[in-house]
Design a protein around this ligand. Sequence first.
Ligand code: AMP
Ligand code: ZN
Length: 113
Amino acid sequence: MECIFCEIAAKKLPARIIYEDEHAVAFEDINPKAPVHALVIPKKHISTNLDIGQNDNMLIGHLFQIANQIAKDNGIADRGFRLVMNCNADSGQTVFHIHLHILGGRFMSWPPG
Ligand code: AMP
Ligand code: ZN
């Protein structure tokens, strides 16, 4: 199965990686929607958040810890930022390997489009 985010995690596809550890990778979004737009992914392939299992609870918490650190490192934590995980077609999910979007550096309206 081809998965571009598995390929990024395996360094088979280039990306601007900003964080990496044994379980996760974070990189800049190729088509940024805000001044700061990064993605945090697990190295393990999980297609959508509906596929997150009970054994993944630590892993998912870890992704949020990484996102918080990236927000702090980029100076957007105090002003505010948005974490997004799209799921399936109506949300606009295009890459079926879960990823947490970190968006910040500008005001974002609510509700989202
Ligand atoms: P989603 O629509 O939630 O599935 O988001 C997928 C995100 O992945 C989009 O914001 C894309 O711009 C981003 N993306 C797709 N391919 C790449 C890539 N090769 N490197 C970095 N970001 C990517
Ligand atoms: Zn994958």
